[in-house]
Design a protein around this ligand. Structure first.
Ligand SMILES: *Cc1c(COP(=O)(O)O)cnc(C)c1O
Length: 425
């Protein structure tokens, strides 16, 4: 056994599944996870001294690469001034202002500690504002692990909520509806039936948690129109896409104004942060300004604010242009290599989110994503890992490109992938 394997064996005894978040386990691929001891730029180093080109990017936050000099310096400076006050601090105002400057639909914002807290709080607010109970989500959409969201489609795309985690009560599940991603007709049917009871529709404007699945033309505008018609709120869950796919998130890219937006990942620069925001009139309902209760001992933590601010301030238009260029060359290179090896893939991408589906046709929803060849992905993943490229260990995930992935690194990744595709043929 190497050091990572020993650590994993030890972890299995004292941590459920050996990991603190299920996505880190190698459940859908073979082997056990390398334990990472350090990271710099686009490279991870494990406990045995192996180096990997990283496409996990801490599942989204590390858009500038790991241990970026400016972010690290801001953090060190913040640590020296004390790590938590439990009283307001200036950086909270600065980060809020930075978010509002970039995202026109957000006039007021509340910091929390994770994406899960952000979405959980946003639906509470939506229900309070509309005095309605029902929320609609999409199959394959992930919005954190709060009870209301751990519900998938049963039979057919449109169905009453059936909990798919034990511990979620029927009482909670009955207020969630699940529709099909990129399927406007399905959600129109739901609204026709009970639109007057729907508080909000929550959607990943670019789906990232069933692999990268862009919205089809008309899907997001269709949701906006439907919510307007029935006076329901449209919530964009931009925990993954916020400040990742564009300077102002997916709502800038697709030019749609949601009523509420949730953030996480990039806004914390790698520290635990989430946030939710929207129009002043809605956000004013949050305590202590209004009656909707939501709180957090460590919310707006000075270290998290410092890392988030340092990160956002570096994310100018030039960064997104650079990411677009390098990510496109990765997408094109992977597509070419797969073609020449005779392996059918769909390499799907928006900005620096990318997924290779082993699928003959483009993936537009959860059913398509499930129909991809996940066994084949497992083999591909193992080949890549053994050759120094760490992809997310599941075929249902987005890979993240950072500014630290330069032309050479992208070129090397494409070469290794070429050999991986050939090994599958
Ligand atoms: C990651 C993610 C979440 C949950 O965020 P956590 O910080 O893991 O709680 C919610 N929504 C989306 C779209 C995400 O990608």
């Amino acid at each position: 056994m190497n050091k990572s394997e020993k650590l994993f064996a030890e972890a299995l005894k004292i941590i459920p599944g050996g990991v603190n978040s299920p996505v880190r386990a190698f459940k859908s691929v073979s082997g056990t996870p390398p334990f990472i001891v350090s990271a710099k730029g686009c490279l991870l180093t494990d406990a045995d001294g192996n180096e990997y080109i990283d496409y996990i990017g801490s599942w989204g936050p590390m858009i500038l690469g790991h241990a970026h000099e400016r972010v690290t310096e801001s953090l060190i400076a913040a640590v020296r001034k004390g790590v938590s006050f439990g009283a307001p601090s200036p950086a909270e105002v600065e980060l809020a202002a930075e978010i509002i400057k970039r995202v026109p639909s957000v006039e007021k914002v509340r910091m929390v500690n994770s994406g899960t807290e952000a979405t959980m709080s946003a639906i509470r607010l939506a229900r309070a504002a509309t005095r309605r109970d029902i929320i609609v989500k999409f199959a394959g959409g992930y919005h954190g692990h709060a009870d209301s969201f751990l519900i998938q489609a049963g039979s057919g795309a449109v169905t009453l909520g059936i909990p798919n985690s034990p511990g979620v009560t029927e009482g909670v599940a009955k207020d969630t509806r699940v529709s099909g991603y990129n399927d406007l007709e399905a959600i129109k049917t739901i609204f026709a039936r009970e639109g007057q009871r729907i508080a909000a529709v929550i959607v990943e404007p670019v789906a990232g948690n069933m692999g990268t699945v862009p919205p089809t033309d008309g899907f997001l505008p269709g949701l906006r129109a439907l919510c307007d018609e029935y006076e329901s709120l449209l919530i964009f869950d931009e925990v993954m896409t916020g400040f990742r796919v564009a300077k102002g998130g997916a709502q800038e890219l697709f030019n749609i104004k949601p009523d509420l937006t949730t953030f996480g990942k990039v806004i914390g620069g790698g520290l635990p942060v989430g946030a939710y925001g929207g129009r002043n009139e809605l956000m004013s309902m949050i305590a202590p300004e209004g009656p909707v209760y939501q709180a957090g001992t460590l919310s707006g933590n000075p270290l998290a604010m410092a890392a988030g601010l340092a990160t956002l301030r570096l994310l100018d238009s030039a960064v997104y242009e650079k990411l677009e260029k390098s990510s496109k060359s990765l997408q094109d290179g992977l597509t070419k290599q797969a073609e020449s090896a005779g392996i059918p893939i769909s390499a799907q991408r928006i900005g620096s989110m990318i997924t290779v589906f082993f699928s003959q046709k483009p993936v537009a929803n959860l059913a398509d994503a499930s129909a991809a060849d996940h066994k084949r992905f497992g083999k591909f993943f193992t080949f890549m890992l053994e050759n120094g490229v760490h992809l997310p260990p599941s075929g249902y995930e987005a890979w993240f490109v950072s500014t630290a992935h330069d032309e050479t690194v992208i070129g090397n990744t494409i070469d290794i992938a070429g050999r991986a595709f050939e090994s599958l043929a």
